[in-house]
Design a protein around this ligand. Sequence first.
Ligand code: UD1
Ligand code: CA
Length: 455
Amino acid sequence: MTETDIVILAAGKGTRMRSALPKVLHKLAGKPLLSHVLDAADSIAGAEKIVVTGHGSDVIRKTYHDASITLVEQAEQLGTGHAVSCALGQLREQAKVLILYGDVPLITPATLERMLSVINDNQIALLTIEIPDPTGYGRIVRDADSQIQAIVEQQDASPEQLEIGEVNTGVMGLTTNLLADWLPQINNDNAQGEYYLTDLIAIARRSGYNIASIQPDSTHEVEGINSRQQLAALERVYQLQQAEKLMASGTSLADPARFDLRGTLHAGQDNTIDINCLFEGDVIIGSNVSIGPNCHIINSRIGDAVEIKSNTVIEDAIVGDRAVLGPFARIRPGTQLGSDTKVGNFVETKKAIVGNGSKINHLSYVGDAELGEKVNVGAGTITCNYDGVNKHKTIIGDDSFIGSNSTLIAPLEIGKQGFIAAGSTVNTQVPAGNLAIGRGKQRNITGWKRPTKNK
Ligand code: UD1
Ligand code: CA
C-alpha cells in the first residue's frame, strides 16, 4: 500500500472570525491556512488531496482553480464523520487515508510520515496530545492495558472522562477499505446531534483493530484557528520558527520576535538583520550581508557583502556584491544593480540596469535605463521615461557623469564618458566624451534694485 489520499476538512463556517472570507482562506505568513495544509500534504510523494468545502466553497474553488486538488462539497455540516463520507467516493481503493483540517495550518510533514508509517490493514493511526487544559477537546479513553478504546467528546463525557488530559487532535489515518466499512456505522445519536468522525475509534476497537497513537513534535502543529486572535498568535509562533531556522543557518537577527517571512528565504552565512524586516516571496541573500531596520525585500536576489540601510524596499530585483543601498531607497521591479554600486536615500529605480561601480546617491528617479560602469548620477537626476503614452529608454555609457538636477528625456543615449552639466535638460544624443549643457544661460544684472514694500 503506497498510495496516500489526504482528506482536508474545510466546510465549517468559522463564525468567530467574523468575516465574509471563508476561514481557511485567512492568511498565515501571507498564505491561506488551507495552502499551508496542502503544502504539508504535498510533502508526501504521490499524495492526492481532497478538500471538503461547505461555507464559502465558491471562493475556495476560485482560489484553487488551477491547483491539483479535488474539491467535494458538504452542503450541510452534519459533523466531521459526515464530512469525511462526502470524500469517500474520491478515495483510491488501495490508499492510506490521512484526515487533516484546513484550519490547522502548522502540521508538519514529519508527523504525517509518522502517521503513515503505522497505518496498515489491521491498524489505524490517531494523533493525540496531552495538554494542561483539555476543555473542549475529545478525550482519549484508554483501557487498563493503555489501549485506546474510544474518543469521547466534551459534551458527551462523564465527569471522570473530563479529567483525562490526553485529547484528540482530530488527525486520523486509516485505509480506504476500513473507512468505507466503518463510516456508514456512525450515527448522530449524541449530545451535538452530529456524525462524529471520532466514533470510528470505538468501532475499530469493537471490530478488533488496533489503534496506534502518534504524538506531534509540538502542540502548535495541531492548533486550530477559530478567531483572529488565535491567528495572530499562531503567526508569531510560525515566524519565530522561521527566525530560529535562519539563525541556525548562520544569520544573526537583532530580535527574532521582530522578523517576518512570507515566503522563502535562502541565506548564506554571517548576515545580520536588524529589527522589523519583512521578506516576501522568494528571497535569496548571499553572505556577509547587513540589513538595517525596517527593510522590505520581495522576490529578490541579494549578493555577498551587500549593505542595505534602514527603510529600504527592494522588489523583483537583483543586487550585486558589495552594493550599498539606502537608507530609504526604493528598488522597484526589473532593477539589476551591479557589484559595488550605490543607491542612496530617496532614490527610486525601476527596470534599471546599473553597471558595476555606478552610483545614484541622492533623490533620483532612474527608470527604463541602462547605466554602464562607474557612472555617477548626481542628486535629483530624473529619467523622463514616459511621454504620457509610451515608455522610452535612457542609455548612459561607462564613466559618464550626470550633474545634479539633470532631466534626461528618453529616448536618450549618452556615450561613454559623457558629461552632463548640472541642471541640464537633455533630450538629444550626447556623443562619447562630450559635455552637454542644456540650460538657460545665466545673466547677471548689475545695479538691480530689490522691490520695496508697498506703503
Ligand atoms: C473535533 C473532534 C474532537 C477534537 C477536536 C480537535 C469530532 C467529532 N471531534 O472537535 O475530538 O478534539 O476536533 O480540534 O470530530 N468540519 C467540517 N464539516 C462538518 C463539521 C466539521 O468540515 O460537518 C470541519 C470544521 O470546518 C473544522 C473541523 O472539521 O475545521 C473540526 O470541526 P469542529 O466541529 O470544530 O470539531 P470540534 O468540535 O473541534
Ligand atoms: Ca463541534
